[in-house]
Design a protein around this ligand. Structure first.
Ligand code: GUE
Length: 299
């Protein structure tokens, strides 16, 4: 049976460090980290995440500002708000919740965020820094950053020379995960929907990162005995056993089967999800340190 990596506990350790650092920054400079979250529309799942982020930010002692715009908001209005937040000295981090409604060009919105406030790490400047090894000054996307922290809790510095397979090539998870694993000296393969014989490829992996958004796609017999599995999936599926119309959250990995084979595995919920929020707090705290001219701590 695999060791189940407790993302909630590790996230709590990170947010505790963030809270201490935010207190110290405020005491020495008067600067309180400020995080702005922008949500367009009424998607219920998005609202849950945004509420979670706000709650955690306040618990860390941050100023937390939420902007909820109507579903039919146009590009110009959203860009106007971002410009205001870019120049607001009380705000150090800006997150625009994705996905955005179809009338809005999400790419243009992301590039309009000041890179030094881009706590999601999606701006070209931060993407470029991560992929060229400027990790001291880059903002690293929160989900991959949190996944690396979880990996390090079980593998320490042991990633060097290991075979990692990242399933999924998104800009938000797959590609930054590739860069982080590569920087940690793993040998990394990025698999996707056109990959030939994905099960066989997975069986070569010491580390599997599943980030495809397909419920329970990765089967137990894809996992090499003793491998470490990071499940980034966040899928809501029907759960009639819980009652009519009920749902439950599952990852991209068939957890029950994989857990019997892997050495370590992240659960869903309680794995990568809480770490995503914790790393957002860490990034916002770093942004505030930089704005105050202080060297940020490492989280
Ligand atoms: N600009 C942007 N940045 C994001 O980081 C971003 C985004 N847009 N859009 C939506 C996704 C999704 N996301 C999650 C964060 C935490 C949990 C989380 O804490 N999940 C809990 C369970 C929550 C539940 O039960 O629904 C867990 O896994 O234990 C989930 C999902 C951040 N996202």
């Amino acid at each position: 049976m695999a060791h189940i990596i407790d993302g909630k506990a590790v996230a709590a350790q990170v947010t505790e460090k963030v809270t201490e650092a935010a207190d110290a920054l405020r005491a020495s400079t008067g600067v309180q980290p400020g995080l702005a979250v922008v949500i367009v529309g009424e998607d219920p799942a998005s609202k849950v995440y945004v509420a979670n982020k706000g709650r955690t930010a306040r618990a860390c002692g941050f100023l937390s500002v939420e902007h909820t715009l109507p579903e039919d908001t146009d590009q110009a209005a959203l860009l106007g708000l971002i410009e205001e937040l870019n120049t607001d000295p009380a705000i150090h981090g800006i997150l625009v919740q994705l996905p955005l409604p179809a009338q809005i060009d999400a790419g243009a919105v992301i590039q309009a965020i000041a890179p030094e406030k881009d706590v999601d790490g999606f701006h070209f400047i931060n993407v470029g820094k991560l992929s060229t090894g400027e990790t001291e000054t880059a903002f690293v996307p929160c989900t991959p950053a949190g996944s690396m922290v979880l990996l390090q809790t079980v593998m320490e510095r042991d990633l060097s020379g290991r075979n990692a397979v990242v399933i999924g090539r998104s800009n938000i998870v797959g590609k930054p995960m590739f860069n982080l694993l590569l920087a940690a000296n793993a040998t990394v393969t990025v698999a996707h929907s056109r990959t030939a014989d994905l099960p066989a490829l997975c069986r070569t992996a010491d580390i599997v990162v599943a980030a495809v958004g397909r419920p329970q796609m990765v089967k137990g017999d894809w996992i090499r005995p003793g491998a470490t599995v990071i499940d980034v999936g966040m899928n809501r599926i029907p759960a009639p056993e819980r009652g009519e119309g009920k749902t439950r959250l599952v990852g991209d990995v068939d957890f029950e089967a994989a857990e019997k084979v892997a050495a370590a595995i992240t659960p869903v919920p309680g794995g990568v999800g809480p770490m995503t929020i914790a790393m957002l707090m860490a990034n916002a705290c770093v942004a505030a340190h930089r704005a105050a001219g202080r060297t940020p701590p490492r989280f």
